[in-house]
Design a binder for this molecule. Structure first.
Ligand code: MIC
Ligand code: SF4
Length: 644
């Protein structure tokens, strides 16, 4: 039978179930990655599993998010992570070595393998022909302990790329087009598999831009074939031996096919405050721009920065624009330093930062009040830049460089210059000295005062006797639930971090929830469609669970967040009739009787609100119901034993 690339890789890794879309399957994970902001919690949970060393082929711990180091917290976290890596057999990519996804692509990714990462942009690895999936830290910890990863077997949709991109139009415009077609919700359980003659016109980092930002569609992952271009990339990294060919079989059947004509694409932009809010640059031309940020795991490759350097060479940044450039990795920075392009960027007035997430996560370079900030990153959620009223637009490096020069939104085709065609070196300068190999000795684990305890919840009670502590609308992201930016340094300290839950939506939430919890009431969150979009941060479940949230009742959930809620003992319930969302208000008392019993028997639930009754639903596997009943994954595996 003819097979898609997705099916081939999944089938090679199946541990439970069959490749039948919609059914639960379990797959073997070959590689894992963590980053520091989700990593500390992942490793605290890994330690609690009592496993002597990681059981994967390769596990890497990156430090790239919390590197600002105002106060001791970040540095203490880094040291904790380094000691854990050394002891348990994990490679440690030090702060300054680069953004996890870019470095993983350059140094570790292998076609045909599976990668589970505690970061939602782990699908970046799909640019190399891998299945890269984002998950909560606890699921990644389980994979490191040798446990399979459970997920719903995805449908596979082919994105048929035809032709070739015109000058000034680039990979970012392709993924912005995909976002225009698919939007940011309603795509749970799909893989986007790229094919067509246009694929061979795109290099691996360009493919990785596309698979990276595919995350914003809310899909399981995206994948490209592994072909001659993949081989060339790995050769330039000195890793040709890691290459294997993976292509789709002729006549393979897809669950859907969408054509994209590359020749017809034009420079695009995602407008505030959602990556699915797509226009062409021409439609918003002339808007005055205050800040331009180039970098992030979406667009910070050698090719991206060389293109920007080519555009800026001999020109100056507009006097009212602050131009920030964050290279994706030390490798990219070193290569552009050696060939002189870095000097061109500096001469143009760029503020070049160390290779980290930085501006993208809003923990530095927040723009001025009311600013228009244009960025090459992947998320423009409300408040994420660190400046509440900033208007953030997402676009390609070419369009960002054009705005840096003119001070306004500009279609780069109108710059009146020749497009700088970048030649990628046959062999990059590479130096892995910032990646530390573990000694596996019984080093003492360093625990500064910022390192807390692994989070446990209590089992699901007999009845939910609660109160609607907050009612929110559609497309609430994990950035709305628990902000990153300046608050992110508390990632290892749940009681401190929990004070900021829903800070952006409702500053009184945390106090109210604490008060209700202490009075013995269960907190309930009511939400619209696509609840929990965006980041994989499990803190968006852990912190509410710490505040006594037992139920989220929403119109629909995004995949990673729903899994995180279950892992931390919060029941994700949906409305049987979506219109009932209107029947329930913040501050109302809610009773859901016999939850424990009915959940155990997989029977429907009824929520009683004053004199009204609302039918609520859940779609949980046996395993997920057992996890909830136990009070979350740590309690569940405590009973069952992990990695044994
Ligand atoms: C993000 O881009 O939102 C993050 C920060 O990388 C998150 C992870 C986190 O919150 O630590 C993600 O994408 O998963
Ligand atoms: Fe870092 Fe931004 Fe990428 Fe998240 S999206 S991993 S914060 S660069």
């Amino acid at each position: 039978m003819s097979k898609t690339i997705t099916q081939k890789i999944f089938e090679k890794h199946l541990i439970e179930g069959k490749f039948e879309p919609g059914k639960e399957i379990a797959i073997k994970i070959d590689q894992t990655l963590t980053q520091d902001a989700t990593g500390t919690m992942a490793y605290l949970q890994f330690e609690a599993m009592g496993v002597a060393r990681v059981k994967t082929e390769l596990s890497v711990s990156f430090v790239d998010h919390n590197t600002i180091q105002i106060g001791f917290e970040n540095a203490d976290d880094h040291r904790y992570l380094q000691s854990i890596a050394d002891r348990y057999g994990i490679l440690f990519s030090r702060a300054g070595n680069g953004i996890c996804h870019q470095v993983h692509l350059e140094r570790f990714g292998k076609p045909g393998r599976t990668l589970l990462g505690s970061d939602s942009h782990t699908p970046t690895a799909g640019g190399l022909g891998m299945i890269g999936i984002g998950a909560g830290g606890l699921d990644v910890a389980l994979a490191m302990a040798g446990e399979p990863f459970f997920l719903t077997c995805p449908m596979v949709i082919k994105i048929n790329l035809k032709g070739a991109l015109k000058p000034w139009v680039s990979a970012k415009d392709v993924i912005l087009k995909v976002l225009e077609i698919f939007g940011t919700s309603g795509n749970v359980g799909c893989v986007l598999e790229y094919g067509g003659d246009g694929v061979e016109t795109l290099s691996v980092p360009e493919r990785a831009t596309i698979t990276n930002m595919g995350t914003e569609c809310g899909i399981t992952t995206s994948v490209f074939p592994s072909d001659g271009i993949t081989r060339e990339f790995l050769k330039a990294q000195g890793r040709e031996d890691d290459w294997t060919e993976i292509t789709v079989d002729e006549d393979a059947e897809y669950d859907g096919i969408v054509d994209i004509l590359l020749d017809e694409l034009v420079p695009m932009v995602a407008c505030p405050h959602n990556p699915g809010n797509i226009k062409t640059i021409k439609e918003i031309e002339g808007i005055i721009v205050n800040q331009v940020c180039i970098g992030s795991c979406t667009n910070s490759s050698y090719k991206d920065l060389m293109t920007v350097a080519g555009i800026l060479k001999g020109r100056k940044t507009h006097p009212t624009v602050s131009l920030v450039i964050s290279p994706g990795s030390k490798q990219v920075l070193e290569n552009i330093a050696m060939n002189g392009a870095l000097a061109d960027l500096l001469a143009a007035g760029a503020r070049v930062t160390e290779p980290v997430c930085g501006f993208c996560i809003g923990n530095s370079q927040s723009p001025q009040t009311n600013a228009v900030s244009v960025r090459t990153s992947n998320r423009n959620f409300f408040g994420r830049s660190g400046t509440r009223d900033a208007q953030v637009y997402l676009l390609s490096p070419e369009s960002a460089a054009a705005a840096a020069i003119t001070g306004k939104m500009t279609d780069p085709r109108d710059l009146g210059m020749e497009y700088p065609q970048v030649q990628t070196p046959e062999r990059f300068y590479t130096d892995d000295s910032m990646i530390i190999t573990p000694s596996l000795s019984l080093v003492e684990i360093y625990r500064g005062p910022n390192i807390g305890e692994p989070p446990y919840n209590t089992p699901i009670p007999e009845d939910i006797q609660g109160i609607v502590t907050i009612k929110v609308g559609d497309k609430i992201t994990t950035d709305h639930i628990i902000p990153a930016g300046s608050r992110m340094k508390y990632r290892s300290n749940i009681s401190a971090y929990s004070k900021f839950v829903f800070e952006i939506e409702d500053e009184g939430f945390a106090n109210r929830a604490t008060d209700y919890r202490d009075k013995g009431k269960h907190n309930i969150i009511v939400a619209g469609i696509g609840y929990g979009q965006g980041s994989s941060r499990e803190h968006a479940a852990i912190c509410p669970s710490f505040l006594g949230v037992k139920v989220v009742l929403a119109k629909s959930f995004e995949r990673i967040h729903a899994a995180n809620l279950i892992n931390f003992g919060i029941i994700p319930l949906t409305f049987v009739m979506e219109a009932d969302y209107e029947q329930i208000n913040a501050g109302e008392e809610v009773m859901i009787p016999n939850v424990r019993e009915l959940l155990a028997e997989n029977k429907p639930l009824i929520a009683q609100i004053n004199n009204r009754e609302i039918a609520v639903n859940y779609s949980l596997t046996d395993r997920q119901r057992q996890i909830l009943l136990a009070g979350g994954m740590l309690a569940y595996i405590g009973n069952k034993g992990a990695g044994g």
